[in-house]
Design a protein around this ligand. Structure first.
Ligand code: NDP
Ligand code: MG
Length: 381
């Protein structure tokens, strides 16, 4: 079990649940980082007493410094501050729960500092999976999946004796709030409707990604990198109840699944305590209350973000990075009331079709492709 954690994105949905797990096991928190949520970060600092508290937003960091003047915690700011938290000697695990591919630089820095990572920040792997995984390999660093599907696959794989026995990965998807809807029915859906996820309580960006099914597209790419499996061997199945978190199929057609209540504290805890298992803050599944588990094929025609990700995968190079960058902007524009729900899929698709960027080997290439994709979306609306 890891016992000294630097938590990047500590004020978010994954971050706050990580701190609940840390409190249960009495773990030491070495650093807490957020973007600008000064109130919650101050409360967390007073409770967990980390060496560093970091706000990406420089002005907010100045205010935080004043608020925390009576504590021993040092306040840092900007990307530099986050990188300090991700590489500090005292941490033995970095929890990357930042939202967006802005997490790529701290990820690469943590890897170079030989820190294992509990990894929730899927956008970083989608944008720069090739670079991140090759650096992790080079530095002997493990990325422990936090995303529930990937944790499920990781758990199923514990019983896999040899890689060649694995035939495919079956990623489950809840289908989100708009499962079964037609394009016509989705024309005028509101942000409020899209934020109303049936099973999971998550941050705003990923909740919209679940409604568009971009989330599942991102997760195919995330699985490709985490488990070094070709995308063609990753199948998506809609499973409305979110009880089976994903499955693997062996060459003999035997399938292993991981089940549990839809609560992120199970995968977060496993990433921290691996390979050991302990009591959980989450209840057990009561099968007597679940009358059925249902399965459907995904609708690639209606959920264009999902097909855009598939297209990006087959294009290769930095196309997934483009899809992610375009989506990060389109998702925000929708939340801000600037574009419609269906515009998100259109914009991500157009961006994937517009660019053809083959290089994927340096951070600079990745940041450039991401920037181009963002500009493309902003100039298209
Ligand atoms: P939230 O929006 O709830 O939280 C995001 C966190 O990141 C906040 O602490 C935020 O700070 C911080 N943050 C954002 N930008 C920066 C930055 N530039 N520098 C430092 N910190 C930053 O997101 P979630 O917790 O829902 O998601 C986090 C990641 O985990 C995402 O990649 C998501 O896809 C993934 N994930 C989430 C799941 C969930 O159940 N929530 C499930 C599976 C994966 P502030 O509060 O100050 O803005
Ligand atoms: Mg997931």
């Amino acid at each position: 079990m890891f016992s000294n954690l630097s938590v990047l994105g500590s004020t978010g949905s994954i971050g706050t649940q990580t701190l609940q797990v840390a409190e249960k096991f009495n773990l030491n928190i070495t650093a807490l980082c957020a973007h600008s949520n000064i109130e919650l970060l101050e409360t967390q600092v007073r409770k967990f007493k980390p060496k560093y508290a970091v706000l990406y937003n420089e002005d907010r960091a100045k205010d935080l410094k004043i608020k925390l003047a009576d504590t021993d915690t040092k306040v840092l700011s900007g990307m530099e501050g986050i990188i300090t938290a991700a590489t500090m000697d005292e941490a033995d695990l970095v929890v990357n729960a930042v939202v967006g591919m802005v997490g790529i630089e701290p990820t690469l820095s943590a890897i170079k500092a030989k820190k294992d990572i509990a990894f929730a920040n899927k956008e970083t792997l989608v944008a720069g999976g090739s670079l991140v995984m090759s650096e992790a390999k080079k530095n002997g660093v493990t990325l422990f999946p936090v995303d529930s599907e990937h944790s499920a696959i990781f758990q199923c794989l514990q019983g896999c004796p040899e890689k060649k026995a694995l035939k495919k990965i079956i990623l489950t998807a809840s289908g989100g709030p708009f499962f079964g809807k037609t394009l016509d029915e989705l024309k005028n859906v509101t942000v409020e409707q899209a934020l109303n996820h049936p099973n999971w309580d998550m941050g705003a960006k990923i909740t919209i990604d679940s409604a568009t099914m971009m989330n599942k597209g991102l997760e195919i790419i995330e699985a490709r990198w985490l488990f070094d499996v070709p995308c063609d061997d990753i199948e998506v199945v809609v499973h409305r109840e979110s009880i089976i978190h994903s499955m693997i199929e062996y060459t003999d057609n035997s399938i292993i699944a991981q089940l549990g209540l839809p609560d992120m504290r199970i995968p977060i805890q496993y990433a921290i305590t691996y390979p050991q298992r302990f009591d959980s803050l989450v209840n057990e599944v009561d099968f007597s209350t679940i009358s059925k588990l249902t399965f459907y094929p995904p609708d690639y025609e209606t959920f264009k973000c999902l097909s855009a990700c598939k297209k990006a995968i087959s294009k290769g190079g930095l196309a997934p990075c483009v899809a992610n960058g375009a989506n990060e902007v389109a998702n925000k524009l929708f939340r801000d009331g600037k574009i419609s729900f269906l515009d998100i899929g259109e914009l991500v698709n157009s961006a994937v079709e517009h660019f053809d960027i083959k290089e994927a080997n340096s951070l600079e290439d990745i940041l450039t492709a991401d920037k181009l994709a963002r500009q493309f979306v902003l100039s298209s609306i």
